[in-house]
Ligand binder design. Structure first.
Ligand code: PEP
Ligand code: MG
Length: 883
């Protein structure tokens, strides 16, 4: 096989497309050579050799030696120097280079080929004995550490000892003779540690280094890094052997790194640092403070060290020329490494540079505006999830994080505030102008006002679709849920993690994107939306097919959703409207009523309020579709819980506390999520659905008159399992529509459809679609009922499932395509069979998850609906799904 690919002098055997074989670094060195850029000649030993090495007891393929020799001969022809030659030696670097960048994870050896003889030749040829001996001691240190496994601490100690004895402070104070003495000491260290001499034979050195780089593929650091970044061990690494160029040959030599655009802001300006008279490692090691590359950056930083632009104008001009070539060629921002040897600039690496979300956006938009990439490509280049960073406050990246504990990253953004343990305290604190984090074991609809008042929410129980998570995302507030190591003691007003106890009033910070709970009040960065954001979203909208709606019920959420570009409301959860102070009382009266008449009397009080809710929503949405779901949760959620509260509520309602408790006991269920909820409420108490339907239709009449736009409400029935339930409720809704039309003398268009959130509904979809005019997949409940995993209790064990690879993702975050996805697909097909133009949407939390949106596109749904703050993410993900 061909195990070796050469590069240098304007040509190469490889090219950028061969990353799998040559690794990222090798492929790009080849590409730069092909572009005619100054690359020190060398060769890449392929990733296949790495595989071979591990398959054959850490040995090399037999042909490798000959191929490497031929490549070294080619390097000799190009450089005029010969590897291992005592008079005119070629020195090389040996570096790893995997397919995916794994910064700092694997090993590198520089200055290889030096020994007691060649060091003298280098000294003579360079006319710089100090440089030669300094290079040799660097080589011994690196090689011993990387290949021979001798602790580099020994060398550092010897160096420090020596400097102290000689009264030197800096390495640069040492002369050629000093280094020569130290080289002797270093070799002594190796002899002592290994019982053998430091290898003098350059070939032995080379193969030792190559083997060490391959071995470093399996070091603990690299294994951990691959695990965290999903890089398969089977990929292996390549090894690049390249002729050395020296940045440490005096004041006309230097080494540096540069980005073609600013990686934190995206500004189109060369950005980077360099060090005069240094080798690459010195920049990374941070021993000396690097200098700026451009004058502009130097001025901005207020540095008094001259810039490269000033100090080395010719090399700078060459770097500018090369970066132009590279950006045009790669059509992306590049991260480059270079070395200047006696005034001549050499390129050692280029790759697409890592960048912040903000920079990614600006770079993609500007590259498209410069004509380097198309608008579609720009859309494809932004990871939708990264937009979260731009839409929410974040913790100042420079701030120190003292992590108390972690939970699930339930809702992105960060917030700091005093701990409060209940929603009333949260509200009171907010009124007093204080910022709070609401800490609860879990939240329920009763906590909505507290969640509104709080800066962020922290719960100790509950998964990614628990009440706290869903509501917080809807509000755009940071939330960490399921932080199971926290013990909350409501009575004492404390929370405890291990030995740390915090009390109400203590400050904490939560990072909802990382799922971290941090001690103290940490500095934040506020989001700012740039013009590029709007531009890119506009391009995304041009390519996407899926519509994007929002899950919203309050006017505030609806407005946020509109501002973020939502094309309607896909889910208005009406239960959230019944917890406000003026509503909860008639709601409770309704629940406590003994008969129809009592219920109707209470519902009559709710009707005008509910109608006003819908008028607001319809008005804000200006004729865009609004899907309103009938009451869904079990009724006991609306009843008070604590003794004191029960007493107060009983008094207000004019009933005995016993009567209230009795009703609560009646409504108690062992498994309320599978209990008396959803359409079952409408079946048992049709008057509730009727009140809601009346409120919807009357509101539609009013809003149509006020806005002058046609309002076409979509009435949605939750948790349906088959046709009979749905048809019964639909008949009531239709009758109510008729009644309202007759009363108002206004002709109304409306639709009645259903949530599809039970497996049985998926199976019966064809039948259901005969009368249902739309389906909205409630993938939260559908996941819960398909996997048989409670969405509120999943956090305690799901972690081990994802960690052990039993589940690839949290199925409440990313749709389980093989299970839940199959049911969605089947229901979509069956539904379309009965009603070809049936409107299909998704309103579970998956509607805002980029991977799940890709799935929705593939099944051909009409829209996704997600929390308002995820709307931009969904728009971008939908566009990428269509590309
Ligand atoms: C669902 O089940 O996916 C859904 C959207 O409804 P909820 O989360 O309100 O149960
Ligand atoms: Mg549901």
């Amino acid at each position: 096989g061909n195990w070796v690919y050469t590069f240098g002098d304007g040509k190469a055997e490889g090219e950028a497309g061969m990353k799998n074989l040559l690794g990222g670094k090798g492929a790009n060195l080849a590409e730069m050579s092909n572009l005619g850029l100054p690359v020190p000649p060398g060769f890449t030993i392929t990733t296949e050799v790495c595989t071979w090495y591990y398959d054959h007891d850490k040995s090399f393929p037999p042909e490798l030696d000959g191929q490497a020799r031929a490549a070294l001969a080619e390097m000799a022809r190009l450089t005029g120097k010969v590897f291992g030659d005592p008079e005119n030696p070629l020195l090389v670097s040996v570096r790893s280079g995997a397919r995916a960048s794994m910064p700092g994870m694997m090993d590198t050896v520089l200055n290889l080929g030096l020994n007691d003889v060649t060091v003298e030749a280098v000294s003579k040829a360079s006319g710089d004995a100090r440089f030669a001996w300094d290079s040799y001691r660097r080589f011994i240190t690196m090689y011993s550490n990387v290949v021979l496994d001798v602790d580099h601490g020994h060398f550092e100690e010897a160096l420090e000892d020596y400097k102290e004895r000689k009264g030197h402070h800096l390495d640069t104070d040492l002369s050629a003779d000093d280094w020569k003495v130290l080289v002797g000491k270093y070799k002594e260290i190796v002899r002592k540690a290994l019982g053998t001499e430091f290898p003098q034979d350059p070939e032995q050195q080379l193969w030792g280094a190559v083997g060490a780089v391959f071995s470093s593929w399996m070091n603990a650091r690299a294994i951990k890094y691959r695990e965290l970044n999903n890089i398969p061990a089977a990929w292996g690494t390549a090894v690049n052997v390249q002729s050395m160029v020296f940045g440490n040959m005096g004041e006309t030599s230097a080494t540096g790194v540069a980005f073609t655009r600013n990686p934190s802001t995206g500004e189109n300006a060369l950005y980077g640092e360099f060090l005069i008279n240094a080798q690459g490692e010195d920049v990374v090691a941070g021993i000396r403070t690097p200098q700026d590359i451009t004058e502009a950056a130097r001025k901005e930083a207020g540095s008094d060290k001259p810039s490269m632009e000033k100090e080395m104008p010719e090399a700078y001009a060459e770097l500018v020329r090369i970066y132009g070539v590279l950006e045009k060629h790669y059509r992306d921002m590049q991260d480059m490494e270079f070395t200047i040897q006696e005034g001549k600039l050499w390129m050692l690496q280029t790759r697409s540079g890592k960048r912040t979300a903000k920079a990614a956006l600006r770079i993609a938009v500007e590259l498209a505006q410069e004509g380097l990439i198309s608008e579609e490509e720009a859309v494809g280049r932004i990871e939708p999830g990264a937009l979260d960073q731009l839409l929410h406050p974040m913790i100042d990246p420079k701030a120190e994080r003292r992590i108390l504990t972690t939970g699930l990253p339930a809702s992105p953004g960060a917030a700091a505030g005093e701990i409060v343990f209940n929603s009333d305290d949260a509200e009171a604190a907010k009124k007093a102008g204080r910022k709070v984090i609401l800490v609860r074991v879990e939240t329920s609809p009763e906590d909505i006002h507290g969640m509104h008042a709080a800066e962020g929410i922290l719960t100790t129980r509950g998964g990614m679709t628990s009440h706290a998570a869903v509501v917080a995302r809807g509000m755009g507030k940071p939330c960490v849920s399921g932080a199971g190591q926290i013990r909350v003691d409501y009575a004492k007003g404390t929370l405890t993690v291990g030995v740390t106890t915090l009390k109400a009033g203590d400050f904490i910070t939560i990072d909802g994107a990382a799922g971290q709970v941090l001690l103290g009040e940490i500095k934040m960065q506020q989001p700012e939306l740039s013009g590029e954001f709007g531009t890119l979203m506009g391009w995304a909208d041009k390519v996407r097919r899926l519509k994007v709606r929002a899950n919203a019920e309050t006017p505030e959420d609806a407005r946020t959703a509109r501002d973020f570009g939502a094309e309607g409301i896909g889910l208005c959860r009406t239960e959230h409207m019944f917890f406000d102070e003026d509503r909860i009382q008639p709601m409770r009266e309704m629940i406590l009523a003994h008969d129809d008449a009592g219920r109707r009397a209470a519902l009559a009080k709710l009707l005008p309020m509910q109608r006003q809710d819908f008028v607001s929503l319809f008005t804000i949405m200006q004729g865009l579709p609004v899907t309103i779901r009938l009451l869904d949760p079990p009724l006991h959620e609306f009843l008070p819980h604590g003794e004191a509260e029960i007493a107060a509520v009983a008094k207000a309602l004019g009933v005995t506390p016993e009567a209230l408790k009795h009703r609560a006991t009646e409504l108690h269920e062992f498994n309320p999520m599978l209990g008396f909820r959803g359409v079952r409420l409408a079946i048992a108490y049709p008057e509730i659905a009727e009140m809601q339907a009346r409120a919807i239709f009357e509101a539609a009449v009013i809003a149509a008159r006020e806005t002058g736009k046609a309002v076409i409400p979509e009435v949605m029935v939750p948790l349906v399992m088959g046709v009979p339930e749905f048809d019964l409720v639909k008949a009531r809704i239709d009758a109510m529509a008729k009644a309202v039309m007759a009363e108002s003398k206004v002709e109304l268009s409306y639709q009645v459809g259903t949530m599809i959130e039970l497996p049985r509904a998926c199976l019966r979809a064809e039948e259901i679609a005969k009368t249902a005019e739309f389906f909205s997949f409630g993938t939260n409940d559908l996941t819960q009922t398909t996997l048989g995993i409670s969405r509120d209790d999943a956090s305690s064990f799901l972690g081990s499932y994802t960690a052990k690879g039993i589940l690839a993702n949290d199925p409440f975050v990313t749709i389980d395509q093989e299970g839940v996805g199959e049911l969605v697909k089947l229901a979509a097909e069956r539904g379309r069979k009965a009603r070809p133009d049936i409107k299909l949407g998704i309103c579970g939390e998956h509607g805002g998850d980029p991977a799940s949106i890709g799935f929705c596109e593939s099944v051909g749904l009409d829209y996704v609906s997600c929390s308002p703050f995820r709307v931009p993410i969904a728009r971008l993900a939908a566009a990428q799904a269509a590309l």
